[in-house]
Design a protein around this ligand. Sequence first.
Ligand SMILES: O=C(O)CCC(=O)C(=O)O
Length: 286
Amino acid sequence: MTAEQRARFERDGYLVLPGVLDQDEVARYSAALDRVYAEQQAAGRLAPDGSLHLLSAVAALPEVVDLIDHPRTFPLVWSVLGWNVHVYHSHLDVHPPIRSPKPYRFEWHQDGGRQNRELETDPRPRLSVKLAYWLSDVSEPGRGNFKVVPGSHLTNRIDGPPRRDVRWPEPPGAVEVTAAPGDAVFFDRRLWHTRTDNHSELTRKGMFFAYSHRWSYGRDENDALLASPVAAAFTPVQRQLLGAPLAGPGQLPGDHQWGHHPDTTPLHGQLAARGLLDEQYPPLRP
Ligand SMILES: O=C(O)CCC(=O)C(=O)O
């Protein structure tokens, strides 16, 4: 990372990286994404508007593995986070043109889910960064562009509606990031951002890879313990604390770890039953 890139990244919370993929790479990755889209479509797994947002990018499409340590982008990741990193989250995205009006939803967010409730500093720590590779032309606004508020990564809170379906003004200073196929965007997870609707005639295609420190993963090795007869006597809360998989049918294990399913998280249930979930204290909210 150059000194100029670092200064801009620290100031704006993101960098646009022109032309990091050559034409062959764009064609190859785009064809691979089309293939996965067709498979998901055949399996009836697209969203009602025909879009695809598929987690675990490399598991879904092993040939994209070279994107996770691409020589033109990966140095930015380790320049910011250091060498003890891993990809903790990734997704493949295909968003065809919107043909019929879509219900409004306020989608502005910082990445990191519960990190934004459970960490107490202002600003909260960076913790992770993300690379977005563009495989379609979003060089004009209105094509499902990535939209950001430059410099907002140091702001814990922006104004938002009481419910996501309530129409709300865009945050001041918001801009649609424009990019050509083969460009990438590198951003701080705290940057306030949103996907926008695709009102063009082009299908929007992108691939996203998020990196964090490897220590944000369990250090103890409890798999054998949890599979042994001893574990039969453990309470549900003890199983949670020992890192037992808690996801139920239809729930993704990673989402569960991220707190998306309080109803099947034993400590949440126990605190709720005892009336100890203080709504005033963000880490205790569902
Ligand atoms: O698809 C986009 O433009 C935004 C993706 C996003 O919100 C995210 O990666 O967290």
